[in-house]
Write a protein that binds this ligand. Sequence first.
Ligand code: GRF
Length: 219
Amino acid sequence: MKKRVGILISGRGSNMMALIEAARAPGYPAEVAVVISNRPDVPGMQRAREAGIKALVVDHKGFATREDFDTAVEAALREAGVDLVCQAGFMRIQSAAFADRWLGRQLNIHPSLLPSFRGLRPQQQALDAGVRIAGCTVHFVTAELDAGPIVAQAAVPVLPDDTAETLAERILTAEHKLYPLALQLVAAGEAVLEGGRVVLRGSVNQQDWLISPAASAGC
Ligand code: GRF
């Protein structure tokens, strides 16, 4: 049985599309049941609909509290029979209660090698810190922002002339490979949350959870 996935977005939706496309493969262990955006009229909504995926707006502006908004999102996820949630450029902080309820069943992708550079503009943070290797991380979502247990990471080089934009683009290319791999591991039960860390089970190929600069060269 394929796991049913709900994707939460707020904007462009390129990671969402990477997940939708990966999930089209017959052997993939997950299918995209619904896309939910907290903002109307973002490009991601159009892209989801064009891909034939049910796409709903739950506009955060229509709710008095964070909890009320989360309750509406939860209702939409349950209505769609969702087993796993993937945040993909979702720009809302969730209530601790929501994060706790979906613990071990909700993923996020962040464009840094966590635990470095949490929060906003991580690519600029990486440039400011002068690191030589940057990347992205797929992690389980917890109540603390960008701090949940790590499922998979991809590294890319930081080049001498990089701006935040060129670095973000290189990281994004790696994100589009990493997120489908990480979701595959979780949906197949090969990456499991245990004691606050992610345990990899079975015959997991290293290329499925760690993408090195060499592997991503030419991105
Ligand atoms: C990505 O860089 C993701 O890591 C971050 O927000 C961006 C979303 O881009 N959380 P997109 O909407 O998936 O194109």
